[in-house]
Design a protein around this ligand. Structure first.
Ligand SMILES: NC(=O)C1=CN([C@@H]2O[C@H](COP(=O)(O)OP(=O)(O)OC[C@H]3O[C@@H](n4cnc5c(N)ncnc54)[C@H](OP(=O)(O)O)[C@@H]3O)[C@@H](O)[C@H]2O)C=CC1
Ligand SMILES: O=C(O)[C@@H]1CCC=N1
Length: 258
């Protein structure tokens, strides 16, 4: 499978390229790369990858074309890729716009956890996508994590808001906790270690148990101690409503972009 990555040196494109090679999902000379700033002599330690001369050269050489540029850079790309699978990572750029490539279009929504192979990257396939296109999409995404096929393009907007946000919402929570820790006079090192334990340690505890968070919160409340007092005060102050409002706004933004 000859895979082209437009945006191969970006946050997601670089993670995908590195993990496709590391997991031997693609041989070096079957990976065709293109970016804005020009070829790299060494791409994640590999020197046998192909750097396309231009986007037409990439399209000609590739069977699957991953589009991993920012949405604002999409209009200027001029990608024409008949008889190819065009696999878009772009937030907000709709299938109707991607149809201009003359390719068979699938939209996937990865996130920055692709760096560590932990991205949940669901996809939605346009009607013309074949069974082989779906199989290839799943194989490519397997390099950066897991996936599901979605039943509507509107769900891609929801997924852009939710898993697409990567570490953003945990970072927002961590920033508030760091502010509290510093106000309590903790040194920066101890404040960071305390918040890391809370955010990262807590996240690891939740792995595989997300469906049980209600029971877990009730278990903390049952102690009638500081944690129960804290989470109930957060809810009383509108924490849950604020999170839902944020995700509604992000979904709306995704739906209005392209
Ligand atoms: N980052 C994330 O967590 C998520 C990103 N996405 C989506 O994925 C896409 C990529 O995001 P991200 O990787 O963060 O973006 P980056 O800005 O990190 O990377 C963008 C890439 O596009 C390349 N590029 C820009 N313009 C052109 C052009 N005209 N021709 C060829 N290459 C070009 C850049 O080249 P160069 O390196 O030379 O500058 C770079 O490699 C976006 O559409 C984004 O919405 C979706 C969900 C999460
Ligand atoms: O713009 C976004 O919301 C997504 C997440 C980070 C990059 N793209």
């Amino acid at each position: 499978m000859k895979i082209g990555i437009i945006g191969a040196t970006g946050w997601l494109g670089s993670a995908l390229g590195r993990r496709l090679l590391a997991n031997k999902i693609v041989q070096e000379d079957d990976l065709i790369l293109f970016n804005r700033s020009g070829p790299r002599a060494d791409y994640h330690g590999c020197r046998g990858v192909i750097w396309a001369r231009d986007i037409t050269d990439l399209a000609r050489r590739s069977e699957v074309i991953v589009v991993s540029v920012r949405p604002e850079d999409w209009p200027g790309l001029g990608l024409i890729a008949p008889d190819r699978l065009v696999l878009s990572f772009m937030a907000g750029v709709r299938i109707a716009a991607l149809a201009a490539t003359q390719g068979r279009v699938i939209r996937a929504m990865p996130n920055a956890a692709a760096e560590i192979g932990r991205s949940y990257s669901p996809f939605f396939a346009a009607p013309e996508a074949t069974a082989l296109d779906r199989e290839r999409t799943r194989r490519i995404i397997s390099a950066i994590g897991t996936t599901d096929e979605l039943s509507s393009e509107a769900q891609v907007d929801v997924m852009t808001a939710l898993p697409g946000s990567g570490a953003a919402y945990p970072a927002l929570l961590a920033e508030a906790m760091l502010g509290f820790a510093r106000e309590q006079g903790l040194s920066e090192d101890i404040a960071c270690r305390a918040v890391a334990a809370t955010i990262s340690g807590g996240a690891e505890l939740l792995a595989g148990r997300i469906g049980e968070v209600g029971a877990l919160l009730d278990a903390y409340r049952a102690y009638r101690g500081p944690t129960g007092a804290g989470i109930d005060r957060a809810i009383a102050e509108g924490f849950s409503g604020a999170v839902k409002t944020a995700l509604v706004a992000a979904t709306k933004k995704a739906s209005e972009m392209g």
